[in-house]
Design a protein around this ligand. Structure first.
Ligand code: HEM
Length: 340
């Protein structure tokens, strides 16, 4: 009798277990709605299955900033790829490419000399105000460029070399500098626009200058006014590139004032691409203003250029200045000639 009872208890237990398994659905079925789509509120749902089905993870949250309720979205992944891969490629190719071209060009062409030698007579090329604006903008630009490139290239290039603590401290100061120097830089771009616009509108002379290779590519010295076509390009790169960089930069500095996530991502793309191309263009400008051309740097340093330099590179401007009688003797430049 006892044996029969034990046997019946076992069979009853087994039946009960079978019933429970047959009415409770498996876990995977729990994650799906009746139409077989994923049920995002199911407790056992996995993040990657949600992502692959819905392509975004968002929900409800109680903090005031409702944007924080979206944790992942396709545009965010596209932007991250741009930031971490595409921009690095564009920047790397543009900057290393221009440096390689400048070195090759220097090796082939060398410094463009003042062919007639120094005359020892000088023309005023830039006023003290123009030089102050130029150097303020240039100093800000160089610091903005270095600190900005740190945002794009710092993690892969500097972090392994500096270590986490030093890189964090440097990056924090770099970010302060990047934010605050944007204001004098923007002022400099506005002043450059206003003070040199009159000499930077395109003319017929520019077409001829470009056709002749500008004197730096070939050996000819086509006529040019105060600024030649190459300098006018630099001017417009500074004005338009600087304008685009400033506008997109302020959108990033004051996030979500009149912008949404898509606009913020667009602002970052415009800012990053314009910045790396701007840096590449300015490397070309710095080359011509220093080792690329004899006699150019002093015009922006002490404000005067040798009369023969002016005749060679800016003949139309030199003629006008000569007609005004604005050529003076320069003991300083004469001494430099003797020393060379
Ligand atoms: C930091 C190194 C730099 C050096 C050594 C340098 C040098 C010069 C020189 C020598 C000139 C006068 C050229 C002439 O007399 O015809 C000049 C002009 C000019 N610079 Fe710079 N510059 C530098 C950086 C910058 C930067 C960062 C900007 C703007 C962001 C800038 C914008 C300009 C503009 C718009 C002109 C007038 C157009 C031209 O000559 O190309 N410069 N620079």
């Amino acid at each position: 009798m006892a044996m029969l009872c034990a046997c019946m208890r076992f069979m009853l237990g087994a039946l009960l277990l079978l019933t429970i398994f047959s009415i409770v659905p498996p876990a995977s079925a729990q994650q799906r709605n009746t139409d077989n789509s994923v049920n995002p509120t199911a407790s056992s749902v996995k993040e990657d299955s949600l992502l692959s089905e819905l392509n975004r993870i968002s929900g409800r949250c109680t903090i005031p900033d409702q944007k924080a309720c979206t944790i992942e979205q396709p545009a965010g992944r596209d932007w991250r790829h741009f930031h971490e891969v595409t921009l690095r490629w564009i920047g790397g190719v543009a900057i290393i490419g221009i440096l390689a071209l400048l070195v090759a060009f220097y090796l082939m062409r060398g410094m463009v000399r003042i062919e007639a030698g120094r005359s020892g007579r000088v023309l005023v090329r830039f006023s003290a105000f123009e030089r102050a604006v130029h150097w303020m903008t240039a100093t800000c630009f160089v610091i903005l460029a270095v600190t900005g490139l740190n945002i794009t290239f710092g993690r892969p290039l500097l972090l392994p070399w500096m270590g986490a603590d030093t890189f964090t401290t440097w990056s924090q100061w770099a970010k302060y500098a990047h934010n605050y120097l944007s204001f004098p830089f923007t002022l400099g771009v506005v002043l450059i626009f206003l003070m040199w616009i009159a000499w930077n509108l395109p003319t017929r002379v520019d077409v001829e200058w470009l056709r002749e290779g500008g004197g730096i590519v070939g050996k000819k010295h086509p006529p040019a006014d105060r600024f030649n076509a190459g300098q006018k390009m630099i001017y417009w790169i500074v004005v338009l590139g600087g304008g685009a960089i400033a506008a997109s930069g302020y959108l990033l500095m004051f996030p979500f004032y009149g912008t949404n996530i898509a606009n913020m991502q667009l602002a970052e793309i415009v800012h990053g691409v314009t910045a790396v191309l701007f840096v590449a263009a300015m490397l070309g400008h710095i080359y011509i203003g220093t080792v690329g051309m004899e006699g150019a740097f002093e015009g922006m340093w002490d404000g005067t250029v040798d009369a023969n330099w002016a005749k060679q590179h800016h003949s139309l401007w030199a003629e006008k200045e000569a007609a005004k009688g604005d050529i003076t003797d320069s003991p300083a430049h004469g001494t430099m000639q003797a020393a060379e």
